[in-house]
Design a protein around this ligand. Sequence first.
Ligand code: NIG
Ligand code: FE
Length: 379
Amino acid sequence: MGSYADLRDAHAGAVVEEVRGVLFPGFVDCHTHAVFGAPRLDDHERRALGEDYKTVAAKGGGILQSVRDVRARSESELVALLGARVRALLAHGSTTIEVKSGYGLDPANELKQLRAIRETAAAERAALVPTFLGAHEVPPEFRDRRAEYIRQVCDEMLPAVAREHLAAACDVFCEPGVFDVGETRTILTAARRHGLALKLHADELEGSGGAELAAALGALSADHLAAISDAGIRALAASETVAVLLPATMVFLGARAQAPARRLVEAGAAVALATDFNPGSSPTVGLSLVMALGVSQLGLRYAEVVSAVTVNAAAALGLATDRGQIAPGFRADLVSCGVSDWREVAYWMGEQLVTAVWTGGSACPLPAGPVSLGLHVKA
Ligand code: NIG
Ligand code: FE
């Protein structure tokens, strides 16, 4: 950072890159479920015809459909699929990407997903931050023995994840009908004993005090929050826990509710935005689209949505001192967008605006044409 003359003198012989457009810190996508197999096309159409979440799940859709799919795939297949999706995310400007497990729901398949993330991270230019989400749903074989599944998460999966250093954080889907606040507290307390940072899917559809629990536990983030209570807003505002909002999810689900972003900001909470990229509720890789929705659906200002995918999203991963800013001492993760006014990054809805991406100071090759996100991926 500095004047061109000073930089030229201090770094004679350095490579000079001309940027036409606006240079941003590399975007941080702090919430994705990017390890999955097939898209869930039928869920989308069933919802359009008025079926709700429970009916879709009862007809064989929902999270458990992706669980059956992921269980049937090899680790190398998942690596091939995740690699393609990570390259698409990077091409849309995301240089750091959080990736959750949660479509395995048993020790072997949760670890398979996390190992696939590790292997992909070693091969790709984007930085991947793995999160263990064994408590994404109760798997069918434990339907009538949920306490036993929670014990398996705490006593088998978490120790194995920690032993192999396979995740930076542990997340739980804290929602009535999935895991209640007491169960979530049990799992996250165990995760903390194993040295993992904490995250929650909280108050997504029905409020149940997930945001308050996130703040009380000192979680890095509480995510979704469409049904957060006033007490939850106050709790996040008084804490270091970042409110991660996922407006594309609510739009894709056809839900009317969006998280009360303005009230969160005005109360003093740190608000981040993410794609929630997953096959069920948010099949998008574009944070620029999410920023546009942040303005139009959440009532955020342009400056707030840019902070939400850089500084605040880095904080939601515990990386705020290392990335998310163009500043001395920060990783040189950069993205240039072909716009003349920086606000256009959150305006041209759904357009691909990224012209170049750098990670760790070096340019990343970008795909020449459209990238396939479906199953047409060569291993
Ligand atoms: O964040 N809320 C729970 N999990 C995902 C949905 C995952 C899926 O439907 O496969 C979400 O929206
Ligand atoms: Fe999610």
